[in-house]
Design a protein around this ligand. Structure first.
Ligand code: XUL
Ligand code: MN
Length: 348
């Protein structure tokens, strides 16, 4: 559904089985085809893929097999009128990446990570996108003295340069996150992601993906993270969601914890015309208690919340805002925003 100029995406992992660190799955898996039906049912435009969501078991397949399977996936998506937003190499589950991928102390593990990311680029070609997302999940430490952060930064740069060289078309969005699964990650914030990109051999093809929950876990405001990236022309994608404080990564539905924080993310995106450049990606998980048939409402809710907040943003009288700022009457401005948020808006 293109609405107010925006297009929407999510990844198949956002319809999940509900397992957490302390308990097993609570819902049966849905096959990929039935997940595709959810994209259509809820009015999404695009799919975000891990490399092995698109081509399962790719580590054991030849380059030709990978290409053929990715082509078949592309064909199926085209039949449904869906496009692909990005492909992300899953660099955190294979035994080779147990202690890091590009920053592993083991040279053969670093080699594996690079080859795997190149395969993800090959898959992205077949799926019709040139956007590669790198969530640097295990680039960090469980034990700080176990690695050299200075050297790790150079290893990350070398890997990025190798990928930029491998494919002259690829654009790379780094998705920062400060912790989980590692205790401390090397690229915890948007600022780190942007800075790393600027040091590569082709900064014009480097950018970031801002995830709300990750920013909150870093103690930062997601709308400021968005604004920082956009002011550098570096916001290539977003993972909108929500997060209740500094605890495990929750991936709650967008706006479900802090509506004003969500409003401010939409405000910055809309004010700076994000709709003309990128898609609104969601990275949200259903609450663990939800049975399978209704464990898609978090996606519906997030999409509707985003659209309703676009209406709120666009309904605000900017002259009134300017006048209040000029008068430094911030309490009145506070009320103007709260009043706008509490006013009943039409449903999308
Ligand atoms: C992890 C996370 C991932 C990436 C995709 O916290 O956000 O789902 O977004 O690899
Ligand atoms: Mn994410």
């Amino acid at each position: 559904m293109e609405k107010y100029g925006y297009r929407f995406s999510f990844g198949p992992w956002n319809i999940h089985e509900g397992a957490d660190s302390f308990g097993p799955s609570v819902r049966p898996s849905r096959d990929f085809e039935s997940k595709l039906a959810v994209f259509k049912e809820l009015g999404f435009d695009a799919v975000q893929f891990h490399d092995d969501d698109a081509v399962p078991g790719l580590d054991d397949l030849s380059a030709t097999q990978i290409r053929e399977r990715a082509q078949a996936m592309h064909q199926r998506l085209s039949e449904l009128g869906l496009v692909v937003e990005f492909v992300a190499p899953r660099l955190w589950e294979h035994p080779m990446t147990i202690d890091g991928a590009f920053t592993s102390n083991d040279a053969s593990a670093r080699e594996y990570a690079l080859e795997r990311a190149k395969k993800a680029i090959d898959i992205s070609h077949e799926l019709g996108t040139n956007l590669l997302v790198l969530w640097l999940a295990r680039e960090g430490t469980y034990l700080r003295e176990a690695k050299d952060a200075y050297q790790a930064t150079h290893q990350l740069l070398e890997a990025l340069n190798a990928l930029l060289e491998y494919d002259p078309q690829v654009r790379i969005a780094i998705e920062p996150k400060p912790n989980e699964p590692m205790d401390l990650a090397y690229i915890p914030t948007i600022g780190h992601g942007v800075a790393l990109g600027l040091q590569t051999i082709d900064p014009s093809r480097m950018g970031v993906l801002m995830e709300s929950a990750h920013a909150i876990l870093a103690g930062l405001d997601p709308s400021d993270e968005i604004a920082f990236a956009m002011s550098f022309g570096k916001l290539l994608s977003v993972h909108l969601n929500d997060q209740n404080g500094l605890k495990y990564d929750q991936d709650r539905a967008f706006g479900s914890v802090d509506l004003r924080r969500a409003f401010n993310q939409v405000r910055v995106l809309d004010t700076h015309l994000y709709w003309s450049a990128g898609m609104v990606g969601l990275d949200v998980k259903a609450i663990r208690t939800q049975p399978a048939p209704i464990a898609i409402k978090h996606l519906r809710n997030s999409l509707h919340t985003f659209l309703r907040l676009v209406e709120v943003v666009r309904s605000i009288d900017q002259q009134a805002v300017k006048a209040l700022i000029a008068q430094r009457d911030y309490e009145e401005l506070d009320w103007l925003i709260l009043d706008s948020l509490m006013r009943r808006q039409g449903s999308p």
